[in-house]
Design a protein around this ligand. Structure first.
Ligand code: GLN
Length: 550
């Protein structure tokens, strides 16, 4: 059977965190640069139905797509590196697969058969892979976990079967492995790679391309050794060298002829790659004209992956301003009124990101009060906006004890509250929820429209009135306090089209103070930086120049 769509499966070996997500995204970028249309999909071996309920400390950021899917952070890389439009079909977990197989079994769909991993689970996996294969030339599928893990076996078996289902000329297996440099021996070691490939072959998958993660270019001899032991041609062994900026990955892969190899092996005819945009981007990142320091006051600071998209969006804002953005992660639990000056006084901008739970809230409030009074550019995102509203209510509008009911159900001024009923634009239905609602998938999720007030900071940044941004939160601004807060000087510069949901707040007599209920970082791209981040970094630069004058 001839099958027009090509499939690339990316697996990882030896250790986790080698950058499989980035490698997959970079392959996507290279194929797009040759004029191909691609999509990406991530298969995650854990049992959670989606990562929405997982602690960012364990799993890093939850990335939200336009359609409101709570997904693995690798989808963030995919969207930042490529033009692929991703949604709920682009990430699924073992939990989701079992959930749907068990639902089918309960419905009687298997007609009395014994439901088994092979074929029922593997068929379900293959169906999900095929579900994203419409309208594209190439599907890149990343398998989470490391080869050898028990829990990813059904995925590995499914992708093994996939080759005979769609024809061997349409499938390519790329294996990302580790080639460590052992200082004591003064050489790189290929044994872990040999073992990992042996493992892969024992389940019936012969990798076509080996991406070898290492800190130095591999010599011809080392490549030849890996090729010999792993049963691939020497030009199918690619050095995946450590880079200064992640946006360099497509370029180093290209230098190693990875894209040529892929299109050759898959027998696809394409134009020559156009990588000028990537080259200019990397050049700009490596040679910034200036730098600013942004303090990120949050509670997940010990795992940088928890703020992945945020870190990238700040970097993009810097690119647009020809400026390097240094990130200073500040543990919100350590910030009291007396430590603000010392800890935050040298920052050129202060940002309070999204988050859940009470820990560190008072510290965030102190940081916001400091930014408000010192006129330091301040950006509050989701929880950061909510705490900003609470701070303003308490300290400017005179509402003593104001709070979000997430943290104090008995507050006399619930300025942030749980909407019991709200109109859901996506389903076009009224949604209901209360504190007993399930935790999974019950937040306001995904893209929602927002209308901006003219002559606001937000309007100036976006340069247009109608925007739409991605959400992930349970609590909302409480309109019962809108008037009082407005009278005290808080500007509601963005609302839902019906005016019911406050999406952006600002302080008029502050150079740059903006809180948004949505997560703008999810839509920022290196080649198309998000307007709010561009404007925030611009303000931080101005603040830096101003303070250098003093
Ligand atoms: N915890 C807050 C809420 O649920 C904010 C969530 C967030 O910052 N993403 O509304």
């Amino acid at each position: 059977m001839s099958f027009p769509v090509k499939f690339i499966f990316v697996t990882g070996g030896v250790v986790s965190s080698l950058g499989k997500g980035l490698a997959s995204a970079a392959i996507g970028a290279l194929l797009e640069s040759r004029g191909l249309t691609i999509t990406l999909q991530k298969l995650d071996p854990y049992i959670n139905v989606d990562p929405g309920t997982m602690n960012p400390f364990q799993h890093g950021e939850v990335f939200v797509t336009d359609d409101g899917a709570e997904t693995d952070l690798d989808l963030g890389h995919y969207e930042r590196f490529t033009r692929a439009k991703l949604g709920c079909n682009n990430n699924f977990t073992t939990g989701k697969i079992y959930d749907s197989v068990i639902t089918k079994e309960r419905r009687g769909d298997y007609l009395g058969g014994t439901v088994q991993v092979i074929p029922h689970i593997t068929d379900e996996i293959k169906e999900r892979i095929l579900s994203v294969a419409k309208g594209v030339d190439v599907v890149i599928v990343e398998i989470g976990g490391t080869i050898g893990d028990i829990e990813s076996l059904p995925f590995q078996e499914a992708i093994r079967q996939f080759k005979s289902d769609v024809g061997k000329e349409n499938v390519l297996y790329v294996h990302l492995t580790f080639v460590p440099y052992i200082a004591a021996a003064g050489e790189v070691k290929t044994k872990p790679t040999q073992h990992s490939v042996k493992e892969l072959r024992s389940i019936g998958i012969q990798p076509d391309i080996l991406l070898c993660r290492t800190d130095q270019f591999l010599s011809k001899e080392i490549k030849a050794k890996i090729a010999l032991f792993c049963n691939v041609d020497v030009d199918q062994v690619i050095t995946a060298k450590d880079v200064e900026t992640i946006y360099e990955v497509p370029l180093v892969f290209h230098q190693e002829h990875l894209d040529d190899k892929i299109v050759g092996l898959l027998n696809i005819w394409t134009r020559a790659p156009r990588l000028g945009d990537w080259e200019r981007l990397v050049e700009k990142i490596k040679n910034p004209g200036d730098s600013v320091t942004i303090a990120i006051v949050g509670k997940y600071i010990h795992l940088r992956e928890s703020y992945k998209s945020l870190n990238e969006a700040l970097c993009h804002g810097g690119i647009a301003n020809d400026c390097k953005v240094n990130l200073d992660f500040v543990d919100s639990e350590t910030i009291d009124e007396s430590s603000c000056q010392q800890r935050l006084g040298t920052a050129h901008g202060i940002l309070v990101p999204g988050g859940f739970g009470a820990r560190g809230i008072e510290g965030k409030m102190n940081a916001i009060a400091f930014a408000r009074k010192e006129k330091t550019p301040f950006f509050g995102i989701c929880l950061g906006m909510q705490v900003g509203v609470v701070e303003y209510a308490r300290n400017v509008a005179g509402m003593e004890g104001a709070h979000s009911i997430e943290f104090d159900e008995a507050t006399p001024f619930p300025v942030i509250y749980l909407m019991r009923e709200w109109f859901d634009y996506k389903s076009q239905q009224v949604q209901k929820r209360d504190i007993t609602s399930d935790k999974g998938g019950t937040m306001r999720l995904g893209d929602y429209p927002c209308v901006l007030k003219e002559d606001s900071l937000a309007y100036r940044a976006y340069g247009k009135k109608e925007i739409s941004e991605r959400h992930r939160h349970r609590y909302e601004f409480n309109n019962a306090f809108k008037e009082k807060l407005e009278q005290a000087g808080l500007v509601m510069s963005g609302t839902s089209p019906d005016g019911q949901l406050v999406e952006i707040v600002e302080i008029a007599d502050h150079p740059w103070f903006l809180g948004c209920q949505f997560h703008p970082e999810f839509k920022s791209r290196p080649m198309n930086p998000h307007p709010l981040f561009v404007s925030f970094i611009e303000a931080a630069l101005a603040y830096k120049k101003e303070s250098e004058k003093d």
